[in-house]
Design a protein around this ligand. Structure first.
Ligand code: SF4
Ligand code: SF4
Length: 472
C-alpha cells in the first residue's frame, strides 16, 4: 500500500503507485485542459504532486512544453535570482566493497588504481582547492568498513576544516558516503557537515537489486530509508538524486518526487538538493551497455519539471555534463554547479599519471574554475561561494521557511556579491577580475534595501583591505 508517511521503503516508494502514475500520465499526456490546469497550479509556486508532475513530463505538445520551460525559468529567477553556487568534489578513497555495475569502483574491478588519501595528502589537496578559490566541498568515498570506516571520514572532515592557507578556507563540507546507521549520521552532524547527499541510483527495486548484485548496498530498503536515519541522527539537510540512464526516466522521476513528498510528510522538510547525474563513460564502464540513456532534450525537460515541482529545492549539476548542456539547464533550474573538478582520488595538488587512473567517471567540462566563473558571468549569472546558511543555523525547516517565502534571496544575493569579491581579489585572473568588478557594481545597484547596499559596499572595501568571511 502506498503511504508517503510510512517509514518502509516499499510503502513510500511504492511500485504500484508509480505504475499507476505512469499510466495516468500516458492517458493524460495530450489532455491539454488538464496540462493547463497543472501549469496554472505550478504558477502558484507551491509545487506539484508526483502525479501532476508526471503528466507534464509525459506531455508531447510543443507549446505546452515551452510554457513549462518558461515557467521553470521564471520560478528559478524568483527563488534563486541569478546566483549560482560553486563547489568541488573531493574523493577521499575509491576502495569499495560493493558491486555496483555502473561504477568503476566496484569491488571486482581489478585494473583501476585503488587509492586512499592520508591526512597529509588531504591537506595538500585542500590547499590546492583553496588556491583555486573553492569554499565548499562535496566529500566522496566508496563503502569499505576496513579502509574507509566512519572514523576515517570524520578525521578527514576535521582536517579539511582545520586548514587555513593564505586567505583560503573550506567553509562547508557536504558528504556523499554510503547509507549508514543513525549513530554514524549523528557523528557526521557533530563533525559539522552541511548536506548529506546519497543518490538512490534507481528507485526501481528489481533493477536496483540487479544493478547492486553484491555488497551492503544490495539492500534496497536500507539504502532507500537512509535519509530517514540521517534525519533521525540530526542531519537537517539531505540531498537526493538518481543516476539517469539506469532505469526508465519517467519511473525515476516519479520515485524522486515521491521521496521528496515522503521527507516532507515525515520530517516536515523536503530535500535540500536534488542532483541529476547521467551515466557516463568510465574505466570498465560503457554507458551504451545501459539502454535507458536520455538525450539532452529529455534531460532539459526533467530539470524543468523538477524545478516547477519542488521550487524550494536546490538543483545540482556536475562536470559530467558538457559546457553546452550545463548552460541549457542552468536557465531551467540548476542552482549549484561544480567547477574545475577532479573525479579521481587526489589530483588537485598534482595531476594523476595516466597509468594510475582512479577516476569515478570521465569529466566532460574540463575548464578551470576561473574559466567557469568567467563563463557564468558572461552568460548572465552571479557566481557565488556562499556557505552562510548552515553556519548561521539556517538549516532544515528554518531554511525551508525562508526559502518558501523567498526571503532567502535577501541573504543569497548580497552573500554572492561578497564571496565573489573575495574570489576576485584572491584568485581570479586579470580578465575574470575585470568582468567581475563590473558585475559587482551592477549587482549592488539591484539590492533592494539601501541599508543592505551600504553594508555590502562597506564590506567590499574591507575585503579589498584584507578582511574576509562576511555574511548575512
Ligand atoms: S557507486 Fe559507490 S558504492 Fe557503488 S561501487 Fe561506486 S563507490 Fe562503491
Ligand atoms: S544564503 Fe544560504 S541558500 Fe543562499 S547561497 Fe548562501 S548558503 Fe545558499
Amino acid at each position: 500500500m502506498y503511504n508517503p508517511s510510512s517509514l518502509k521503503a516499499e510503502e513510500f516508494i511504492n511500485h504500484d503507485e508509480i505504475m499507476e502514475t505512469l499510466a495516468y500520465a500516458d492517458i493524460n499526456k495530450n489532455n491539454l485542459k488538464l496540462i493547463d490546469e497543472i501549469i496554472e497550479k505550478a504558477k502558484q509556486r507551491k509545487g506539484l504532486t508526483h502525479r501532476e508532475a508526471s503528466v507534464l513530463l509525459a506531455c508531447e505538445n510543443t507549446d505546452k512544453i515551452n510554457k513549462i520551460y518558461a515557467l521553470a525559468e521564471q520560478i528559478k529567477k524568483d527563488f534563486y535570482g541569478n546566483r549560482i553556487v560553486l563547489f568541488a568534489p573531493l574523493y577521499l578513497s575509491n576502495y569499495c566493497v560493493n558491486g555496483c555495475v555502473y561504477c568503476p569502483y566496484h569491488a571486482k574491478n581489478k585494473h583501476i588504481a585503488r587509492k586512499k588519501m592520508t591526512q597529509e595528502e588531504i591537506k595538500k589537496e585542500v590547499i590546492a582547492l583553496q588556491d583555486m578559490g573553492h569554499k565548499r566541498l562535496a566529500l566522496e568515498a566508496g563503502e569499505d568498513p576496513i579502509n574507509n570506516p566512519i572514523e576515517y571520514i570524520l578525521e578527514s572532515i576535521k582536517t579539511i576544516y582545520s586548514i587555513k592557507h593564505k586567505n583560503g578556507a573550506i567553509r562547508r563540507v557536504n558528504v556523499n558516503i554510503a547509507a549508514t546507521t543513525v549513530e554514524n549520521y549523528r557523528k557526521l552532524k557533530e563533525a559539522g557537515i552541511g548536506t548529506y547527499i546519497l543518490f538512490q541510483e534507481t528507485y526501481h527495486k528489481e533493477s536496483y537489486e540487479q544493478l547492486h548484485p553484491t555488497g551492503p548496498k544490495h539492500n534496497y530498503a536500507y539504502h532507500t530509508e537512509a535519509m530517514d536515519r540521517a534525519m533521525e541522527g540530526g542531519i537537517d539537510d539531505v540531498g537526493l538524486g538518481v543516476l539517469f540512464g539506469l532505469e526508465k526516466y519517467r519511473y525515476e522521476f516519479a520515485g524522486l518526487l515521491m521521496h521528496a513528498e515522503h521527507l516532507e510528510a515525515v520530517h516536515g522538510v523536503g530535500p535540500h538538493t536534488i542532483s541529476v547525474p547521467r551515466i557516463k563513460h568510465a574505466d570498465d564502464i560503457d554507458p551504451s551497455a545501459f539502454d535507458n540513456g536520455i538525450d539532452d532534450d529529455t534531460f532539459a525537460k526533467i530539470v524543468a519539471c523538477i524545478r516547477i515541482s519542488v521550487p524550494y529545492t536546490g538543483m545540482i549539476i556536475s562536470t559530467r555534463e558538457s559546457q553546452s548542456c550545463r548552460e541549457r539547464v542552468l536557465h531551467l533550474g540548476i542552482s549549484q554547479i561544480s567547477g574545475g573538478s577532479k573525479t579521481s582520488v587526489g589530483g588537485y595538488a598534482e595531476p594523476e599519471p595516466e597509468e594510475e587512473n582512479s577516476s569515478q567517471f570521465d569529466v566532460s567540462d574540463k575548464r578551470t574554475l576561473d574559466e567557469v566563473i568567467r563563463w557564468l558571468m558572461q552568460i548572465g549569472y552571479l557566481p557565488s561561494f556562499c556557505t552562510a546558511c548552515y553556519r548561521e543555523g539556517r538549516t532544515g525547516d528554518r531554511f525551508m521557511a525562508l526559502c518558501k517565502s523567498k526571503q532567502i534571496q535577501n541573504c543569497c544575493h548580497p552573500n554572492a556579491i561578497m564571496t565573489l569579491k573575495e574570489y576576485l581579489v584572491d584568485y581570479a585572473s586579470p580578465e575574470t577580475r575585470k568582468i567581475g568588478e563590473e558585475l559587482i557594481k551592477k549587482e549592488i545597484g539591484s539590492i533592494p534595501k539601501e541599508k543592505v547596499q551600504k553594508i555590502v559596499t562597506d564590506n567590499l572595501t574591507k575585503i579589498e583591505q584584507g578582511s574576509r568571511d562576511f555574511r548575512f
